[in-house]
Design a protein around this ligand. Structure first.
Ligand code: ATP
Ligand code: MG
Length: 140
């Protein structure tokens, strides 16, 4: 297995409830290393670009409104098999289906307000990291 980097967002439902540290604790306990992190208020354009793949879905407007409703914490996570591993640590999109111990099971409020994002492929991880971080922002 190779060391990989994945892109993570701690979403507005979590930052509003002061859960940044609690989410980071689960990430670190899972053996993933936070190698870049910043708290930002996304612009509408940033959120629309980020979730462009969902632009035709009925929940797109709601999703973009949610992502800009409060600050988010964007992160780069590094570790063995980090992309698949973080998807596992996050749990299913809908917290009702998320496994015990996952971030979404512990903290998510609903399928929309589901606490975290994680890249779903190596290709998307690269694209998403580059949307928010320059190479020299990431210190492994
Ligand atoms: P993410 O891309 O945020 O990591 P995911 O890959 O688990 O989540 P996607 O299918 O990519 O799930 O959906 C992107 C996001 O859109 C979800 O995390 C959720 O916030 C929102 N979303 C997905 N399905 C719905 C829905 N049925 N109703 C409302 N929001 C939804
Ligand atoms: Mg997704």
């Amino acid at each position: 297995m190779a060391t990989e980097r994945t892109f993570s967002i701690i979403k507005p439902d979590a930052t509003k409830r002061n859960l940044t540290g609690a989410v980071n604790a689960v990430i670190e306990e899972a053996g993933l290393r936070i190698v870049a992190q910043k708290r930002i208020l996304m612009t509408r354009a940033q959120a629309e670009t980020f979730y462009a793949v969902h632009s035709e879905r009925p929940f797109f407007g709601e999703l973009v409104d949610f992502m800009i409703s409060a600050p988010v914490v964007v992160q780069v996570l590094e570790g063995e098999n980090a992309i698949a591993k973080y998807r596992e640590v996050m749990g299913a999109t809908n917290p009702a289906n998320a496994a015990e111990g996952t971030i979404r099971k512990k903290f998510a409020l609903s399928v929309g307000e589901n606490t975290v994002h994680g890249s779903d492929s190596a290709e998307n991880a690269q694209i998403e990291i580059a949307q928010f971080f320059a190479g020299n922002d990431i210190v492994g």
